[in-house]
Design a protein. Structure first.
Length: 89
């Protein structure tokens, strides 16, 4: 009985892999796949193409988020900015 409940609870928690596709990465970041596709195409988020499909490394996204949050804390982001610009890493 305990094993069945453990298996059920695992279904509720999505597995976070090191290399994610656009759907997995958008879930991880909490944004829509369309928005993430746009950001990847513009070079705003760290991504690479494998064939013709975008892939995202979790560790690079974590580093990018740390960098973005540090910029927000330091006041380096213009609050009137409506569209993200390409990140400088």
């Amino acid at each position: 009985m305990h094993n069945a409940s453990a298996r059920r609870s695992n279904l509720l928690v999505p597995e976070v892999r090191e290399v994610m596709d656009i759907r997995q990465a958008s879930d991880y970041l909490g944004i829509s796949p369309d928005t993430l596709y746009k950001y990847a195409s513009e070079g705003f988020v760290p991504a690479f193409k494998l064939g013709n499909r975008w892939r995202f490394k979790r560790s690079r996204l974590d580093e990018w988020m740390d960098h973005q949050s540090a910029m927000n804390v330091s006041g380096a982001v213009d609050p009137d900015q409506k569209k993200p610009v390409k990140a400088v890493l």
